[in-house]
Design a protein around this ligand. Structure first.
Ligand code: DX5
Ligand code: ZN
Length: 219
């Protein structure tokens, strides 16, 4: 099993102090910064675009993990790659040509990921597993922070872990939504190696205490 990565989601950060929040959470031990892009079309909420990502790039010494909840995908995926994203993930149902979108992201020198909503199967991976660097399993319906973890995601994580191991490829398995100190271990036991947490971290005064507690739970 690869080293665990904790990816705090900026969705629950103080939007009036984003640069400072990025620096503080990295100092507190964040491995990645998870950047939730919502367009009020694919999901019923609106967050930030590539210009904000570019502005935050210089505040981040760790990879920026862009989670696109937008439709259409291609133009924004390229814009985020140019804005300094290290990984760009999208929902396969939000684009007409999944394979082409993956190629577009790689063409910009970025890693590419596919995101699966709670009720979506992993079938598309049968055809593009050789082109993904990250599989992101949603354990809430996308659009909002602070929702409860949906347990069926664990079975999907187990299934994705089998696919990854059988492929022998270097693919990270990330889970997003409702992850807290008290359930992160179950998510890891199902096979995940990368954990998004928004409200669990930014909702507390001491980010370091939460990240350390998560690492202890994972140890
Ligand atoms: C939901 C987002 C998540 C969200 C997670 O659409 O993709 O990244 O911020 O927030 P919590 O950890 O609060 O469930
Ligand atoms: Zn996310």
């Amino acid at each position: 099993m690869k080293t665990h990565r904790i990816a705090p989601s900026l969705l629950s950060a103080d939007f009036a102090r984003l640069g400072e929040e990025v620096r503080t959470v990295i100092e507190a031990g964040a491995d990645w910064i998870h950047f939730d892009v919502m367009d009020n079309h694919y999901v019923p909420n609106l967050t930030f675009g590539p210009m904000v990502c570019q502005a935050l790039r210089k505040h981040s010494t760790v990879p920026i993990d862009v989670h696109l909840m937008v439709q259409p995908v291609d133009a924004l995926a390229q814009a985020f790659a140019k804005a300094g994203a290290d990984l760009v993930s999208f929902h396969p149902d939000a684009t007409h040509h999944v394979d082409r979108t993956l190629q577009l992201i790689h063409g910009e020198g970025c890693k590419a990921g596919l995101v699966f909503n709670p009720a979506e199967p992993l079938d598309v991976l049968d055809w593009v597993l050789d082109k993904v660097d990250l599989i992101l399993i949603m354990s809430v319906n996308p659009g909002f922070g602070g929702q409860s973890f949906i347990d069926s995601a664990l079975r999907k994580v187990e299934r994705a872990r089998k696919l990854i191991d059988a492929s022998g490829r270097d693919i990270r398995l990330e889970v997003d939504g409702g992850i807290k100190v008290d359930n992160i271990r179950r998510v890891a036991d199902a096979g995940a190696d990368t954990f998004v947490a928004g409200s669990a971290i930014f909702g507390q005064p001491d980010y370091k205490a939460v990240i350390e507690a998560m690492r202890r739970a994972l140890a």
